[in-house]
Design a protein around this ligand. Structure first.
Ligand code: ADP
Ligand code: MG
Length: 309
């Protein structure tokens, strides 16, 4: 494993003293996809902005490819591609020029074949001579991605890339992310679409109130925090859970047709055998039994619950 991005005790207090980022420490490996999950206002954009030099951190250090963002900003920044949350583009500029210019900013030599390849992958090629102001919101978002890729970054930040984008773009985006990963590019995306993180990330970080609550391998996280549910479908409805089943902590569905039992996947004993015996002994008729593994969403909600922001 090679660490490409190293974040140490990174903090940011905004003017007025609001502490938006609290001592975040994190390493990102070459070719990994890290999803940063957190509710609105958690500090995701602040974290990315501090790494990319858009805001100045109040404390801590960051290196990208070994280059310190404070002392070797240009070298560090040249390795980073950023797809920002907010769209900001020059209205009169054409697609090709916008993307080409972005490459030039980082001192990379002109490479029209590369720009063409990027524009084609993002279905922007037939729009290459259009001006920004002529493009739809979705197309502008595609241009932002093309811009971020134009200088061949080794670390790509996608800040809420799929908030409000169409299915087509989402698909294109995940294809590009897969290609980049195969080339060893690291991708850090922020999202509150948990299914997305669940589908594409290698690791998941959960951030809330400026604190990185945890960073863990997706599979480990799901196994460690996962709960399973067993749903027992009944042949005939019941109005209340029989007293003999009280010790199992069951929930009864509103239609009285199903009992739900929640258990820890890592527990030595799940208690399922005892439960099913007791259900039979209570004279209930089973029509079906299903299990359900808790999703990342439930884990996430569990971690940030009690939160009103
Ligand atoms: N320029 C700023 N000045 C003061 N507070 C800010 C500024 N930018 C963001 N914040 C605050 O910092 C917190 C984190 O914001 P942000 O990083 O944008 O969260 P996220 O991207 O996770 O939604 C929020 O409470 C937000 O209001
Ligand atoms: Mg944000």
């Amino acid at each position: 494993m090679t660490t490409i991005l190293s974040i140490r005790d990174l903090g940011k207090s905004y003017a007025g003293g609001f502490n938006a980022l609290k001592s975040v420490t994190l390493d990102v490996q070459k070719g990994e996809i890290l999803a940063l999950l957190g509710p609105n206002g958690a500090g995701k954009t602040t974290l990315i902005s501090a790494i990319c030099g858009i805001i100045t951190p109040t404390s801590g250090h960051v290196t990208v490819g070994g280059h310190d963002i404070a002392t070797e900003f240009r070298a560090a920044r040249a390795m980073i591609g950023l797809v920002p949350q907010e769209i900001s583009l020059e209205p009169f500029e054409t697609v090709t020029n916008t993307v080409r210019f972005s490459r030039g900013i980082f001192g990379r030599p002109r490479n029209d074949a590369l720009i063409e390849d990027i524009l084609r992958k993002l279905s922007l090629w037939d729009k290459k001579d259009s001006r920004m102001m002529q493009l739809s919101g979705g197309m502008k978002r595609r241009v932002l991605i093309a811009k971020a890729l134009a200088h061949e970054p080794r670390v790509l930040f996608l800040d809420e890339p799929t908030a409000g984008v169409d299915v087509e773009l989402r698909k294109d985006m995940w294809n590009i992310v897969a290609d980049l990963k195969a080339d060893g590019v690291s991708i850090i995306l922020t999202t509150h679409y948990i299914e997305e993180a669940e589908a594409i990330a290698d690791r998941i970080g959960i951030i809330n109130h400026g604190e990185l609550l945890l960073v863990e391998d997706k599979a480990t996280l799901m196994a460690r925090m996962g709960k399973k549910r067993l749903e027992v479908q009944l042949g005939d409805p019941i109005t209340a859970i029989p007293a003999s089943l009280a010790r199992h902590n069951l929930a009864l569905s509103t239609d009285g047709m199903a009992l739900t039992y929640t258990y820890d996947t890592n527990a030595e004993r799940t208690g399922i055998t005892g439960l099913l015996n007791d259900v039979a002994a209570a004279g209930l008729v089973l029509s079906d039994v299903q299990t359900h593994q808790s999703s990342l969403e439930e884990i996430f909600v569990g971690l940030v619950s009690g939160d009103t922001t």
